[in-house]
Design a protein around this ligand. Structure first.
Ligand code: OFO
Length: 165
């Protein structure tokens, strides 16, 4: 069964994934309200995926003999200054998530919890993909530029990233 420390770290990660889901849903709603249709669809989907990340951890903890805790989610931001800011915040957030995942993997290895270590590999791969996509999204703003029909074009391109998450 799970060591107390490991259970705590995994529960913290449940909270982080739940917060990611709420954060991206809030961003999706802001984009939708602003008329950035494709960015909104991309972020609605991303919010669903983060909830799945949370659920996967939740089931794992209980199956491994621990107690998974449904997190309390507060303090989610609802207003953003620009579409670019939204995607910069996502990249920043995903880098933090990767750091957190890596710390758990490091812990599991050091306490020789190889089952949890192996379970966490899925997240390691997922984070690599998510960081790549988030970086790509931010790059679009520099490559295309935001003047004229730039923002419209960026929204179209963000829509194409949708489904690749
Ligand atoms: Fe995008 O973070 Fe989950 O894993």
């Amino acid at each position: 069964s799970l060591l107390h420390d490991t259970e705590k770290l995994l529960n913290n990660q449940i909270e982080m994934e739940g917060k990611s889901s709420a954060y991206y849903l809030s961003m999706a709603s802001w984009c939708h309200m602003m008329g950035y249709e494709n960015a909104a669809q991309y972020l609605y989907q991303h919010a669903d995926e983060e909830r799945e990340h949370m659920m996967k951890l939740l089931r794992y903890i209980n199956e491994a003999g621990g107690h998974a805790i449904q997190p309390e989610i507060t303090g989610i931001r609802h207003h953003f200054n620009s579409l670019r800011e939204v995607f910069e915040l996502i990249l920043e957030h995903e880098v933090q998530v990767t750091r957190s995942i890596n710390a758990i993997v490091d812990h599991c290895f050091s306490v020789k919890d190889f089952a949890s270590f192996s379970f966490m590999q899925w997240y390691v791969t997922e984070q690599r993909e998510e960081e790549t996509l988030a970086r790509r999204a931010v790059e679009l703003f520099d490559i295309i530029g935001e003047e004229g029909i730039g923002l419209w074009t960026i929204d179209q391109e963000l829509g194409k990233l949708h489904g690749k998450v």
